[in-house]
Design a protein around this ligand. Structure first.
Ligand code: HEC
Ligand code: HEC
Length: 311
């Protein structure tokens, strides 16, 4: 059995990674094989935690049609057409079972497939690019510990001209900034952990920000809310504006992430219900870190309702 992931393992990996790599090297030199196996089980457990925090299942499992876990095929409706998520199980033919560590890291860090295709940002690698190499490899260890699913991928059904994949190259040059996430040493550890969880792993901005006509997040309005966003959902402003989270305490935010209830007593629905199902499983310290980061955000006015959606 993998041992339970301790809080220490998860706090601000970007700070302690070099130190742990040294320790690992020393442990391997001293202890040999048994130690290496222990580390692998540990990687799977850490990967499982990251898989939950990143909400991978809600896109890569077609729950609506009773699809197998990691089998893909979930339809994702966007302004550009419908995406069908790929199979990310370790199946060697239909999934990612033949991928090397380097190919896996490249897919998330650069948004490029093993055969050199650019990914659509419907795969939130625009956020996951911030994940550390170590977290990505742990995630891979977890995926590869799961049963292979022999389901073939469905092609996306996109409107012209978005159906042309190479058009993504100029898009990436304009809008994509490669990670990994760099912490801010002048801020407390908690804030840094929260920033990493919100920006990179939890990809909160992918749903809570408006996009321009080319599908890129409007930087100045990041987290200020969106009308009719991905999957037709409207996600509210989660900056510190008084009509947004300005009046919420850190505890209110932690409560929402744990039980899905707002301070007014409403349950959050739609895509946020899936997110909460996952944030509920995080350590208290991580929910607290997310809340600390959100409470430190500057206030932004809510995104104005577009005329078409104003009916
Ligand atoms: C918002 C939905 C969404 C989320 C969340 C998401 N993905 Fe994906 N993912 C996609 C889509 C859509 C694609 C296909 C992109 C393309 O075809 O260009 C994709 C592609 C991939 C690929 C490339 C597969 C291949 O065959 O080339 C991998 C690997 C992957 N995702 C793993 C993950 C993991 C692991 C997570 C969680 C850390 C995750 N995804 C979270 C939507 C999502
Ligand atoms: C898949 C899209 C999606 C993702 C990812 C997402 N959210 Fe949400 N969020 C929503 C939607 C949609 C709502 C509105 C739900 C409703 O009104 O029932 C919402 C509501 C909320 C609310 C309640 C705000 C209010 O004023 O009632 C908070 C707080 C929140 N999200 C925080 C987060 C945080 C923090 C993350 C990242 C860990 C996150 N969300 C990730 C879609 C998302």
């Amino acid at each position: 059995m993998p041992r339970r992931v301790s809080r220490q393992d998860l706090i601000a990996p970007m700070f302690w990674y070099p130190a742990s790599a040294l320790l690992l090297a020393a442990a391997l030199a001293l202890g040999g094989r048994a130690v290496a196996q222990e580390v692998t089980a540990d990687a799977v457990a850490r990967g499982a935690y990251l898989f939950t925090a990143a909400d991978c299942a809600s896109c890569h499992t077609d729950t609506k049609n009773a699809g197998a876990p990691l089998g893909g095929g979930r339809a994702l409706k966007t302004a550009f057409g419908t995406f069908f998520t790929p199979n990310i199980s370790p199946d060697r033919q239909h999934g990612i079972g033949t991928w090397s560590d380097g190919q896996f890291i490249k897919a998330f860090r650069k948004g490029v497939s093993p055969d050199g295709r650019d990914y659509y940002p419907a795969f939130p690698y625009t956020s996951f690019t911030g994940m550390t190499d170590r977290d990505l490899l742990d995630l891979k260890a977890y995926l590869f510990s799961q049963p292979p699913v022999p389901t073939a991928n469905k092609p996306h059904d996109l409107n012209f001209p978005y159906s042309i994949r190479w058009a993504l190259m100029p898009w990436k040059i304009l809008y994509f900034r490669e990670g990994p996430f760099m912490g801010d040493p002048s801020r407390p550890m908690e804030w840094n952990r929260g920033a990493y969880l919100v920006k990179a792993i939890g990809h909160c901005g992918e749903c809570h920000s408006p996009r321009n006509s080319l599908g890129a997040i409007e930087k100045t309005r990041r987290l200020a809310g969106v009308w009719n966003g991905p999957d037709g959902q409207s996600a509210p402003n989660i900056t510190q504006h008084p009509d947004a989270l300005g009046k919420w305490s850190t505890g209110d935010i932690e409560g929402l992430l744990k039980d899905g209830i707002t301070p007014d007593g409403d349950f959050v629905g739609s895509g946020m219900a899936d997110v909460v199902a996952n944030t509920a499983k995080l350590d208290d310290a991580d929910r607290h870190a997310i809340a600390v980061f959100l409470k430190a955000l500057p206030a932004k006015d809510p995104t104005p309702k577009p005329a078409a959606a104003a009916r």
